[in-house]
Design a protein around this ligand. Structure first.
Ligand SMILES: Nc1ncnc2c1ncn2[C@@H]1O[C@H](COP(=O)(O)OP(=O)(O)O)[C@@H](O)[C@H]1O
Ligand SMILES: [Mg+2]
Length: 296
């Protein structure tokens, strides 16, 4: 099986592009090839019209990369970590100090700068890790799941700082399996599933793919799979998927179809604990394109 199969996209200056897909879709593999950690069998990366490879110092210096796993020295303070990595980028003296101060400000850690990073919360460590990726004034910032496992406060701080960088003209590429995040932050979204880019566009363009289909989520007691067959036979049901105590349906005229959906579910022996009817969103698009829920 190919982990990544023919994924291609372009990101403009100041644009935020999100790769959205479930775990195992191929997001990290794609990013690793762009950054040059993994070699690709075929394909190419260009930055500013120039071919990029691991050997290309000129284009490498344009990229800021924030990996999914933290790369920090826990015994060093936030400031010391940034100074250390800043020196690796060739910064010295007052230029280094100014850059470190600026980055601390951007990631909101100025008042915690003197504390060892090992004592930080997961979210603060993640913010510091992003700070490292900003030291070389990148034109392209690449972040792999920057908010996974992060507390809501840090999550907001991260999303806000990423938004500000895009406003300053940085091209941002990030991966996420959170639909809300892609919807909130991205100018354009590429939906990735099983190593393929299955759709790409603005939120509006993508949601237009599902037209009038609403998404219904039933939380149930019992095995959700037992209702699937019967639900699929109902009219106007486009997709049915199950997982984690829930049945998820993509339905034309969702409100109107709800009573018969509830009845069919009850007849299959399931007790419905909650019902949610949602307007079309990126989650519906994913379900429509793949037949599966984003978070199975
Ligand atoms: N080092 C590896 N060796 C073999 N398979 C891998 C390796 N890394 C990832 N994979 C597989 O490649 C696919 C894509 O993984 P990944 O890019 O990490 O997905 P994502 O970041 O979207 O969660 C998965 O099926 C995963 O199991
Ligand atoms: Mg990943």
């Amino acid at each position: 099986m190919l982990a990544v199969d023919g994924i291609g996209f372009t990101i403009a200056e100041g644009e935020t592009y999100g790769l959205l897909g479930p775990n195992g879709a191929g997001k990290t593999t794609t990013i690793s090839m762009i950054v040059g950690i993994l070699e690709c069998d075929s394909g190419e990366v260009t930055i500013d019209g120039r071919a990029h490879s691991t050997k290309s110092v000129a284009t490498k210096s344009l990229i800021g990369f924030v990996p999914q796993d933290l790369a920090l020295y826990p015994d060093l303070t936030a400031r010391e970590n940034l100074r250390f990595f800043g020196r690796l980028y060739g910064l010295r003296g007052s230029a280094l100090k100014a850059k470190v101060d600026e980055v601390l400000e951007v990631v909101g850690l100025t008042d915690r700068a003197a504390e060892p990073s090992g004592k930080f919360s997961g979210g603060m460590m993640r913010r510091l890790n992003i700070g490292v990726g900003l030291l070389n004034r990148p034109r392209v910032l690449i972040l792999d799941e920057p908010t996974a496992g992060v507390d809501p406060q840090s999550r907001n701080a991260i999303l806000e700082s990423v938004g500000r960088l895009a406003d300053e003209g940085v091209a941002v590429l990030f991966t996420t399996h959170y639909m809300e995040e892609a919807e909130r932050l991205c100018d354009r979204v590429g939906i990735v599933d099983r190593g393929k880019l299955v759709a790409e566009g603005t939120r509006r363009e993508l949601v237009a793919l599902v037209e009038e289909q609403g998404r219904i989520v039933l939380r149930v007691d019992g095995d959700p799979a037992s209702a699937v067959r019967a639900l699929r036979t109902l009219p106007k049901i486009q997709q049915v998927s199950t997982g984690d105590g829930a049945v998820e349906l993509l339905v034309a005229d969702a409100g109107e179809r709800l009573p018969s959906i509830l009845q069919t579910t009850a007849q299959a022996g399931l007790t419905v604990r909650s019902v949610e009817v949602r307007e079309p969103d990126l989650e519906s698009v994913f379900l429509h394109l793949t037949g599966r829920a984003l978070r199975d």
